[in-house]
Design a protein around this ligand. Structure first.
Ligand code: ADP
Ligand code: ZN
Ligand code: ZN
Length: 709
């Protein structure tokens, strides 16, 4: 048993050996591997420690085994000793280190940058004494309260569909080398009882002495799942890891995980790096959700890493969705049919209790009279349908994926529009606080009384956001209690919970919201869902936009009629100019498989992912020209490696929103027929980019498997 004094004892500078230590080295330092320190005793790889770095002392992770000290380091200066070793903590497990190593290589980041970025930030601040204090507190907590084993909680009898899925997961093969369980894509409609499958699978895995990791796309969805899990497993140690926790609590949970004091861990994408070491099952709920992709720093996909982690630890992996991502669809498609044949696909097509999915009605905007368009965003037939629900005391949900009152303010006299001075974007008119706000750089100012160009006092709000939609509904549905949930209405801590509680309590008749409300919430009394302006995604330059729209609409449809008794009357309305579009036709039939098939074919015909593999190199500079010039120079530098690997670098182009906060942004798409040549080319190319001097370029970054293009 090591003691506090061990931890405080710095290793003597007398060189007994050399230890490779990962520290936080930003990408641009060009340092990617471990740094060497001298150490006078063996330290297990994965051990957390503190080391001097420049004039600071920083957190590090022992990454290599101690090796004998050779001749003095070539750089001509002596290696420095460790500052402290956190002996009282178990080392990060080998599978964790393998995961970090892989992710760093795959996403082209330094291992140190990635490893330290996925540790709780609070850990970096602690010295050995402070850490020890926290650990003693955890010791006391662990000794004090073994979870009470009460009566076995009730659980529903499995439906045949659920039973079939559970039998096929291969849980009995967990841990078996060479015969490990398959990765499963569970394609199950909302309300088909997927969560019950997770709980049953978890039960089996926990009974076998292994741990369970369940990921959900958003923090907001954790409390709901946590409550359900806690009710089912009252005697198990359940923890959560997500960015909604205070830094101190996040550290505490993370330390408990490292100490093995957890049976079931819930979390958002960051939890994929939790240092569990008896992992038996990983569940990725709503696996198609873009939130699983980290959008800055080390841009990793928690879903893809979950599959890798499952392989590394011979654990079962369950990816679940009502609208699987095209990537997973491809991976689950048999090789004989042109797919990758990597996952097994299991389907749960029926809703529990025989509930049916809402009837979908496509409202053809082309059929409306001119005066109906002028009257507002909501067609008369939809207003009527909302009125009927209202009269019956039922709730409705109206979706519009644009917050604020109007996307732009316009002067009819001179043509002025409310552009952002810092970005190539409009500033959005927010009526509630009479502000013009840029959603890209955050620049906010009061709405001008007069046109800043010509002084005209009549400024028009062009287009409609959720605020305006809520106003319109209030006007057209007198007496209705209208609620609105979007990123603006939920900014204050706790306000989302409060607003959701109002909906659940029946204090809201019509809820207006962005995609935020379409995800996962179990609204029992909503019988009508309407999407009022979804068409833009059909014609977006982003090839994934239709996939996103379809999953959003399917998910939104899943919000209606969750109470089986009401499901027969529930409806989903879609206002569109293109009712014959195949996307809407698939929605009409709730046919996610048909949609995925059609998309899959289109992608293969167009040579887009998952048929090909992409990376995106982005550069930011004061001028667009400088950003593009740097990318062009980078392309020249990589031309040979690209040609050798059969990889194509497309010409640099401005990003969709080209200027943000006075910074110009450009990007270059890199495309490869397969993953391996892309990886090979990036590994050869990126280290060279660090030497590419272009003083005008402020930042650059690589995004492997980018989600937004
Ligand atoms: P999903 O996760 O696919 O949306 P859930 O697991 O939440 O579906 O199940 C939908 C509803 O059906 C929940 O209220 C759940 O308690 C209930 N349920 C799930 N499985 C069963 C079952 N086998 N028997 C009865 N009710 C079930
Ligand atoms: Zn004007
Ligand atoms: Zn701006």
């Amino acid at each position: 048993m090591s003691t506090l004094s061990d931890a405080l004892n710095p290793c003597e500078p007398v060189a007994a050996g050399v230890l490779g230590v990962l520290v936080e080295t930003p990408q641009h330092s060009g340092l990617s591997g471990p740094l060497d320190y001298v150490c006078d005793r063996p330290v297990a790889p994965g051990t957390l420690l503190r080391v001097p770095l420049g004039r600071r002392e920083v957190l590090g992770i022992a990454w290599t085994a101690l090796r004998p000290a050779e001749a003095p380091a070539a750089e001509g200066w002596a290696l420095r000793p460790l500052a402290a070793v956190f002996d009282r903590l178990p080392p990060l497990p080998p599978a964790w280190r393998a995961l970090v190593d892989f992710a760093a290589r795959y996403y082209q980041r330094g291992a140190g940058e990635l490893a330290l970025a996925v540790l709780p930030a609070e850990l970096r601040k602690l010295d050995a004494i402070q850490l020890d204090r926290r650990l003693r507190r955890l010791d006391r907590a662990a000794a004090a309260a073994p979870p009470a084993a009460g009566p076995a909680p009730e659980r529903p009898a499995l439906t045949p569909e659920q039973a079939a899925v559970l039998a096929a997961l291969g849980l009995e093969r967990i841990g078996q080398a060479g015969a490990e369980p398959p990765v499963t894509l569970l394609d199950g409609v909302t309300g088909s009882g997927k969560t019950e499958v997770y709980l049953r699978a978890a039960e089996t895995v926990l009974a076998g002495g292994r741990q369970v990791l369940m990921l959900v796309p958003e923090i907001n969805l954790t409390p709901q799942l946590e409550a359900r899990v806690a009710a089912r497993f009252p005697a198990r140690r359940i923890l959560s890891l997500h960015s909604g926790l205070s830094p101190a609590l996040r550290l505490r949970h993370w330390l408990q995980v490292l100490r093995g004091e957890v049976d079931l861990l819930l979390g958002t994408r960051m939890a994929i790096f939790a240092p569990l070491d008896r992992l038996g099952l990983l569940v990725i709920d709503e696996e198609h959700d873009p939130s699983y992709k980290q959008q800055d720093g080390a841009r990793y996909s928690a879903r893809d890493l979950a599959v890798l982690r499952g392989r590394l630890e011979r654990a079962a992996v369950l990816l679940a969705s009502a609208t699987p991502s095209l990537e997973s669809w491809h991976n689950a498609r048999p090789q004989a049919e042109g797919g990758a044949g990597r996952y097994q696909r299991l389907a749960m097509p029926s809703r529990i209790g025989g509930g049916v999915l809402p009837r979908v009605r496509l409202l053809d905007l082309g059929q409306l009279r001119r005066e109906d368009h002028a009257a507002g965003l909501i067609a008369p037939a939809l207003v009527e349908a909302l009125q009927q629900r209202l009269a019956r005391g039922e709730q409705s949900l109206v979706l519009l994926n644009r917050r604020g009152y109007a996307p732009v303010l316009h002067c009819a006299a001179c043509g002025w529009k409310s552009g952002c001075p810092h970005c190539s974007a409009w500033r959005v008119f927010h009526k509630s606080d009479r502000s013009l706000r840029c959603h890209h750089c955050g620049a906010t100012e009061r709405v001008p009384r007069h046109c800043p160009e010509c002084g005209n006092a009549d400024l028009d709000a062009l287009g409609r956001g959720t605020e305006r939609l809520a106003d319109e509904l209030a006007e057209r549905l007198p007496g209705a209690r209208i609620g609105r949930i979007d990123a603006d209405s939920t900014r204050a801590a706790g306000s989302l919970e409060a607003q959701l509680a109002q909906v659940h309590a029946g204090d809201i008749d019509v809820l207006v919201g962005t995609q935020m409300v379409a995800k996962g919430h179990d609204f029992r009394r909503i019988t009508l869902v309407a999407a009022v302006q979804p068409d833009a995604a059909l014609f977006s330059s982003d090839f994934r936009a239709p996939e996103r729209l379809f999953s959003l609409l399917m998910q939104a449809a899943g919000r209606a009629g969750r109470e089986a008794s009401q499901s027969g009357q529930s409806e989903m309305w879609v206002q569109t100019w293109h009712p014959a579009h195949p996307l809407y036709q698939a929605l009409l039939r709730h046919d996610a498989a048909a949609f995925a098939e059609a998309q899959w074919r289109e992608r293969f015909e167009a040579g887009l992912p998952p048929a090909t593999h992409l990376a995106l190199l982005r550069a930011e500079a004061r001028t667009q020209e400088a950003a593009q010039a740097w990318l062009a120079a980078a392309a020249t530098l990589g031309a040979a490696a690209a040609a050798e690997a059969g990889v194509v670098c497309f010409p640099p182009v401005p990003t969709p929103v080209q200027r943000v906060a006075q910074v110009e942004r450009a990007q270059m798409l890199i495309e490869a027929p397969r993953r391996a040549p892309l990886q090979q080319m990036l590994a050869a190319w990126l280290p060279q980019l660090h030497g590419l001097r272009e003083p005008r370029v402020l930042r650059w970054a690589i995004d492997v498997d980018p989600l937004a293009i």
